[in-house]
Design a protein around this ligand. Structure first.
Ligand SMILES: C[S@@+](CC[C@H](N)C(=O)[O-])C[C@H]1O[C@@H](n2cnc3c(N)ncnc32)[C@H](O)[C@@H]1O
Length: 410
C-alpha cells in the first residue's frame, strides 16, 4: 500500500486516501507539521470530491474524433444526456463540431440542427464537417442551419430558422464554453501563455475590444477589477501597478511582454515556473473574460436558451472555470424557481421520484442521472456537476477542469 503522504502527493482518488488515512496509525510519519499539512490536503480533496460527481462512463476514444483539430470533452456523457429521441437540436458553440457530429450521427430522427459560433475559423471547420456528414449519411430530411453569431442572439437566430421552432421549442441545446484547441494553439489569437503573439484574445475577430486595449488604456481601477474579479488573482494590486508602470515605457503589445512582466514579479519561492505559469493563466483568463464579456453573456444566454426549450427539452452546459460554473449553477437554480436552499434532501429525493414517475410510462430513469433537483419551471438533472472520468483526464489534459450541468424544462 502506498504511504499516506505519497498518496497526497500523487493525488489519488478520495476513497484510496480514506483507506490510507485509516491506516495512518501504523504508517511512519516523519514530522508532526507534515502530518497536519497532509490531513488538511486530504480534507480538501474529500470536500472537492463530495461536491462533484465524477463520470464513471466508460471512456471511448472514437477514431473519427482523435484526428480532429479539437477533441470534444465528455462526448459520451453529452450523448447520454441526449439519448432520447430529439427532433431539434442547437449547438451554441460549434467549435470543430465534435459534439454536433456525434449528436447528428446518433439521432437519425433529428429534423432540425442549428449551430452557432462567433469564431469564423471554427465556424468554417464546423460547417464543412457537418455538411459532409449530412451528405454522406444521405440525410435529406435534416435541415441544417449554421450561424456565425454569438449565442446571446439565440432567439433571433431561431426566429430566422423558423418562427414555429421558436414557438414549439427545441428538444436539446448544448453550450461547451471556453476556447477550442484551434484557438489556444494559434499564438496569433493571443490566448496562449506559452506561445508569443499579439495581445488580442477576441473570440470574434470583428469585435472592437482587444486585451491590449484593457492593459494599455483602461483606468487603473478597472484593470485591477478585471484581475481581481475575473482572474481571482490575490496579487492583483501589484500586477495592476506593474501594468501601469509599463505604460510609461510604451505599454504591453505582445503576450510574451505580459508573461515576462508576470514572471519578473512572481518570487521564485512561490513555486518557480509553476508559480508564474499559474499566475499568468489567471491573468490571461481574466483578460479573456473581459474582452469577450463572457460572464454577462453567459448568464443572459442561459436564460434565453431555457426560454427556447420545448417542454421536457434539455440544456447541457460544460464550463471550464469556477466563475463560469458558479453562474451556471446559480442561474439554473433561479430558472427552475426552487424555493428551498440548494442541497435540500427532500427536494432532491422528490426530484428523483418525479423524474422516475414522469419517465415511467415509456422508460426507466436514465442511469447517468444521480441526484436531481426539481423546481416550478424545470429540473436540474445534475445536482452536482459531472466531471470527466479519470481515463479521459489522462488522455486529454484540457478536460481537467470541465464540469457538466444539465437542466430540463418542465
Ligand atoms: C470548447 S469550443 C467548442 C468545441 C465543440 N463542442 C467541439 O466539440 O468541437 C468553444 C467554442 O465556443 C465558441 N464561443 C465562445 N463564446 C461564444 C459565444 N458567446 N457565442 C458563440 N460561440 C462562442 C468559441 O469560439 C469556440 O469555438
Amino acid at each position: 500500500m502506498i504511504s499516506f503522504l505519497s498518496a497526497v502527493r500523487v493525488g489519488v482518488r478520495s476513497h484510496a486516501l480514506v483507506a490510507d488515512y485509516r491506516s495512518i496509525s501504523t504508517a511512519k510519519i516523519p514530522k508532526k507539521k507534515e502530518k497536519q499539512k497532509a490531513k488538511v490536503a486530504v480534507a480538501a480533496l474529500l470536500k472537492k470530491e463530495k461536491r462533484r460527481t465524477r463520470s464513471d462512463r466508460e471512456f471511448e476514444q472514437i477514431d473519427s474524433v482523435r484526428d480532429q483539430p479539437h477533441v470534444p470533452v465528455m462526448l459520451g456523457e453529452v450523448t447520454d444526456v441526449f439519448s432520447k429521441p430529439i427532433c431539434s437540436f442547437v449547438d451554441c458553440t460549434l467549435g470543430a463540431a465534435g459534439h454536433s457530429s456525434a449528436i447528428i450521427e446518433s439521432h437519425p430522427e433529428l429534423r432540425v440542427f442549428v449551430g452557432m459560433d462567433v469564431d469564423p475559423l471554427a465556424y468554417d471547420v464546423a460547417c464543412s464537417r457537418i455538411h459532409a456528414l449530412s451528405n454522406s449519411h444521405a440525410r435529406s430530411d435534416l435541415k441544417v442551419c449554421t450561424f456565425l453569431k454569438n449565442f446571446k442572439h439565440i432567439k433571433s437566430v431561431l426566429s430566422e430558422v423558423d418562427q414555429s421552432i421558436l414557438n414549439s421549442g427545441v428538444d436539446g441545446m448544448l453550450m461547451d464554453l471556453g476556447m477550442s484547441s484551434m484557438q489556444v494553439n494559434n499564438p496569433q489569437r493571443g490566448f496562449s501563455v506559452l506561445g508569443n503573439g499579439p495581445l488580442d484574445m477576441r473570440m470574434d475577430p470583428q469585435a472592437s475590444l482587444k486585451a491590449e486595449d484593457i492593459l494599455n488604456s483602461w483606468p487603473d481601477t478597472e484593470v485591477g477589477r478585471v484581475l481581481r474579479d475575473y482572474g481571482e488573482e490575490s496579487n492583483w494590486k501589484l500586477l495592476q501597478n506593474k501594468i501601469l508602470k509599463a505604460r510609461l515605457h510604451g505599454g504591453l503589445h505582445s503576450t510574451s511582454e505580459l508573461v515576462d512582466l508576470i514572471r519578473d514579479m512572481t518570487p521564485a519561492r512561490r513555486g518557480g515556473r509553476q508559480g508564474w505559469i499559474k499566475t499568468a493563466t489567471r491573468v490571461f483568463q481574466a483578460l479573456r473574460i473581459a474582452v469577450n464579456d463572457e460572464l454577462k453573456t453567459l448568464e443572459d444566454s442561459l436564460r434565453a436558451c431555457f426560454d427556447c426549450l420545448a417542454p421536457g427539452g434539455r440544456l447541457a452546459v460544460i464550463s471550464f472555470h469556477s466563475l463560469e460554473d458558479r453562474i451556471v449553477k446559480q442561474t439554473f437554480l433561479k430558472i427552475i424557481e426552487c424555493n428551498k436552499e440548494y442541497g435540500d434532501r427532500d427536494d432532491e429525493e422528490r426530484g428523483s421520484r418525479n423524474l422516475q414517475k414522469k419517465g415511467s410510462d415509456s422508460d426507466e430513469k436514465e442511469a447517468w442521472i444521480r441526484q436531481s433537483l426539481q423546481g416550478l419551471n424545470g429540473t436540474i438533472l445534475t445536482k452536482r456537476p459531472i466531471t470527466p472520468s479519470e481515463e479521459e483526464e489522462k488522455l486529454n489534459s484540457r478536460c481537467r477542469s470541465a464540469k457538466l450541468r444539465v437542466i430540463q424544462k418542465a
